[in-house]
Design a binder for this molecule. Structure first.
Ligand code: NAD
Ligand code: IPM
Ligand code: MN
Length: 355
């Protein structure tokens, strides 16, 4: 029997509370399948840890995490610690340190999920966004000169390496080919005359190896419009780090809200553990009230199961989420209900028993 070691980093705000429901889900899946088990190890890293210890994680955090089969992350960031410190020293450190260069973010409108766009249904909003996750606009290259003076100059440089650009685009082509889907590249070559012109060239070049994949290429501003008024245009989407970040919040908005949007940070070679998380933040405005929606973190458990090779169980977890939404009885306030975070997790476990 396989026993998976999962590192749990709840982080800040609603992070730990939404993860508890995902863990409940995994325990149930393990029990129902009888094929594999999970060992959860909790790490207290985050903003509170920073305020006590002056660091977001242990110095040897990456070494410690290397031994795990998967990392399950809640959310990071809380008032009192500057966001660029908390995120760069934890979330981005893991994504970059473990070369999790693929960020898989499904934008799928499940049955029963609220959609703010008139007349759009499940068949119209069904895409998978592949976001570059290791460099680009998030390379962290820059400088701040003459700080605080009138001469101040700030540089934030995008870094698009051939290796980094090719590998994410190739991953997306392979996915589109495997699933018989179209592939859309989203960039901005008209204004970003170095990086995005290069991105578009690489998209064309790599495409030569995938002559059967139907492709489209949009500028990010137009793509944002199409996400809203013609989301059916998109199946597999590949885009840069920052564009992917922004577009997937827009994607969340059209597919049920932040409480339903999940993401997998994947190192495809399996050299390092991959990390699974809801894409929302720590939501300080509702933290500690027990009303956060755990469905995004439960969806990311479904992604974890897929990644570990248990796609059948990944699908069942997603089906449980869909059944809970269509039943419409146990929903948190963001979805118009009155249920608590824990009640939603308990209901998911019940639904799993009937699938
Ligand atoms: P946020 O996602 O935390 O919240 C945006 C809005 O969505 C809030 O009104 C919040 O209440 C709501 N919301 C988010 N998740 C929800 C859920 N599961 N259930 C119900 N409502 C939910 O984004 P923000 O306010 O811009 O950022 C808050 C903090 O989180 C900042 O410190 C930011 O840097 C950090 N952040 C972290 C991550 C991460 O760790 N992956 C992602 C985004 C933001
Ligand atoms: C996300 C988040 C992060 C990102 C932040 C918190 C650094 O917004 O995962 O979408 O921009 O990648
Ligand atoms: Mn984001």
């Amino acid at each position: 029997m396989n026993n998976y070691k999962v590192a749990v980093i709840g982080g800040d705000g609603i992070g730990p509370e939404v993860l508890e429901e995902g863990i409940k889900t995994l325990r149930k899946v393990s029990e129902l399948s009888g094929e594999f088990t999970f060992d959860f190890t909790y790490f207290p890293w985050g903003c509170e840890y920073y305020l006590k210890n002056g660091k977001m994680m242990d110095e040897n955090a990456l070494e410690t995490l290397l031994e795990f089969d998967a990392i399950y992350l809640g959310a990071v960031g809380f008032p009192g610690v500057p966001d660029h410190i908390s995120l760069w020293d934890l979330l981005l450190k893991i994504r970059k340190g473990f070369d999790q260069y693929i960020n898989i973010r499904p934008v799928k409108l499940l049955k029963g999920a609220p959609c703010p766009i008139k007349d759009k249904t499940k068949k119209d909003i069904d895409m998978i966004v592949i976001r570059e996750n290791s460099e680009g606009e998030y390379a962290g290259v820059g400088d701040r000169l003459f700080k605080g003076t009138k001469e101040e100059v700030v540089l934030q440089t995008g870094v698009f390496s051939r290796k980094g650009t090719e590998r994410v685009i190739r991953y997306a082509y392979e996915l589109a080919q495997r699933e018989g889907k179209t592939l859309t590249s989203i960039s901005k070559g008209n204004a970003l005359n170095y990086s995005m012109v290069f991105w578009d060239e690489v998209f064309q070049e790599v495409g030569k190896d995938f002559p059967k994949v139907e492709t489209a290429s949009y500028l990010v501003d137009a793509a944002a419009m199409f996400f809203v008024n013609q989301p059916e245009r998109f199946q597999v989407v590949v885009t840069s780090n920052l564009f992917g970040d922004i577009l997937t919040d827009l994607g969340a908005a059209i597919a049920g809200g932040m409480g339903l949007a999940a993401g997998a940070n994947v190192n495809p070679e399996g050299k390092f553990p991959s990390m699974f998380e809801p894409i929302h933040g720590s939501a300080p405005d509702i933290a500690g009230k027990g009303i956060s929606n755990p469905l995004a973190s439960i969806w990311s458990v479904s992604q974890m199961l897929d990644h570990l090779g248990h796609q059948d169980w990944g699908e069942k977890v997603l089906k449980a989420v869909e059944n809970l939404l269509t039943e419409g009885k146990t929903l948190t306030p963001d979805l118009g209900g009155e249920a608590t975070t824990g009640e939603v997790g308990n209901a998911i476990v019940k639904h799993l028993e009937t699938i």
